[in-house]
Design a protein around this ligand. Structure first.
Ligand SMILES: C[S@@+](CC[C@H](N)C(=O)[O-])C[C@H]1O[C@@H](n2cnc3c(N)ncnc32)[C@H](O)[C@@H]1O
Length: 466
């Protein structure tokens, strides 16, 4: 079959990145953007790969019974949500299936039947953190171009997928908690009215570069604005206007970043007003969150995730527990009452400093925190100093664990490992290396991110040899 033509296709399943998948009459797989399983559609085949086509939906012939109308006006353009047009029960079903498929395809190990995925407590307004970019190169939709209207190209929003220099201007986002939308729209309007320049990604000029809004279940709000060129008088006036309109912002901070990239991790964060952190609360524990620190983005669902982790760890009070990739030490503190001692390891020094501070304030005394790259810290010497763990909880980033870390787990032989992952394919890869020594006892998917294809998964492993 030839590329650059339209064909009628029945979509039957979900593939990576939330795309729907179907087969041509000759059996070749087609991955289709914007469609959902159950749709019958005219699909334009725009790219031919070695063993499959990539296509986009041109016309919906008959909609899937699972298809719903998306709530957001930016759906399909912004790229943040892939599945707002798929009913929530169906999203859950596909997430469960994705974990299952990754375990079957990537894993060559035995695993028990997956527990039923735990749905998110809220399906909208669940995100406690959003990062927006400013740009003078706004992405224009086809309709906007065809309208002939003159549209100001300053945008505050999200990067258009696969377009590094284009920003989709956002007027509403149903994933983040309020008053995030109000703050973002206010800052955009103020900047436009007062002629504050937006970043030019190609020329590397302009003032406003990015903005992060964080909220917490305690009601505290953090706003961090990143500037490229800094004009203190304009910045001060902007901040005064923000605080006058949003007195509930409890932490207003900024960064002046003149590097090529906008990562804040190697940048100084300057406090303009309020506190340098906001606080999250869970079972009476308070966790201080600083601009650079990781905190689970769905706070209510993080509580569900941590309860599962604590149950899987089966602590009796006598165990030495290692919490690898501890972030702010939230899991470490959450399980500490049930353990003899908990040791948290994390790469970001500021997160470790906050973890230590949180532990003191939470009046816990049986925890230690160490910062550094996991593969360099989690060594034989480290174990000789801190004791052999009975239980290891591990929650790596999307890339999974470094091979050396997995090998060290095999050497150390804890009785139990609780492996949390936001990427079940790298998790399956790591489990492949572990399952000669540890048996998978439970697999519990959790939905932390409704309307996206992402799924969190918790696995309990038990040592095979006594
Ligand atoms: C998915 S987060 C888990 C955080 C924490 N367990 C929680 O629930 O909030 C992954 C953490 O791993 C840290 N990290 C990433 N690469 C690392 C490495 N090579 N060594 C140590 N920590 C790392 C990140 O900074 C982040 O805090």
């Amino acid at each position: 079959m030839k590329v650059k033509q339209s064909i009628e296709l029945s979509l039957t399943g979900i593939a990576a990145k939330g795309m729907a998948v179907g087969r041509t009459s000759s059996g070749v797989v087609v991955f289709v953007k914007d469609a959902v399983p159950g749709d019958v559609a005219m699909v334009y085949l725009y790219k031919k790969r070695k063993s499959y086509f990539e296509g986009r939906m041109e016309k919906l012939i008959s909609p899937s019974p699972d298809r719903i109308s998306a709530k957001c006006s930016h759906f399909g353009v912004c790229g943040g949500c892939q599945w707002q047009h798929l009913s929530y029960p169906s999203q859950l079903e596909h997430k469960q299936e994705e974990v299952h498929q990754n375990f079957v395809k990537i894993g060559s190990f035995d695993f028990p039947k997956l527990e039923k995925i735990i749905p998110s407590k809220s399906q909208f307004n669940y995100r406690n953190k959003m990062e927006y970019s400013f740009s003078n190169s706004r992405w224009l939709t086809k309709a906007e171009i065809e309208s002939g209207e003159v549209i100001n190209r300053n945008a505050l929003g999200f990067h258009k997928p696969r377009m590094w220099d284009k920003i989709v201007h956002i007027e509403e986002c149903h994933l983040q908690q309020e008053p995030g939308n109000e703050i973002r729209n206010f800052v955009h309007q103020y900047a436009m009215d007062n002629g504050i320049s937006y970043f030019d990604l190609k020329q590397k000029t302009g003032q406003l570069r990015s903005m992060m809004i964080r909220t917490a279940t305690t009601g505290q709000i953090m706003l961090v604005i990143q500037f490229f060129e800094d004009q203190p008088a304009q910045r001060k006036a902007l901040f005064e206007a923000i605080l006058a309109n949003f007195p509930q912002i409890s932490s207003l901070q900024y960064i002046v970043n003149q590097k090529a990239n906008d990562s804040i991790y190697d940048q100084e964060v300057i406090l303009h007003a309020g506190s340098p952190f906001i606080e999250e609360e869970m079972e009476g524990f308070r966790f201080q969150i600083t601009p650079k620190s990781f905190y689970q983005t769905n706070s209510l669902q993080a509580y569900e995730l941590y309860k599962i982790t604590r149950d899987f760890a089966e602590l009796t009070g006598n165990e030495i527990v290692y919490d690898l990739y501890t972030g702010l030490g939230t899991i470490a503190q959450f399980v500490a009452k049930g353990a003899k001692h908990v040791i948290g390891i994390e790469a970001i020094p500021e997160a470790i400093a906050a973890a230590k501070e949180n532990t003191k304030r939470n009046k816990l005394s049986n925890l230690s925190f160490i910062s550094g790259d996991m593969k360099k810290v989690f060594t034989d010497d480290f174990i000789a100093t801190h004791g052999t763990p009975d239980v290891v909880i591990t929650d790596p980033p999307r890339e999974g664990m470094h091979k050396d870390v997995v090998e060290q787990l095999i050497t150390v032989q804890p009785q139990r490992i609780v492996y949390l992952s936001c990427n079940s394919s790298t998790q399956a890869r790591d489990l492949n290396l572990l399952t000669d020594h540890f048996a998978i006892q439970k697999v519990q998917p959790v939905d932390m991110f409704p309307h996206t294809q992402h799924v969190e998964n918790v696995v309990l492993l038990k040592r095979i040899h006594a």
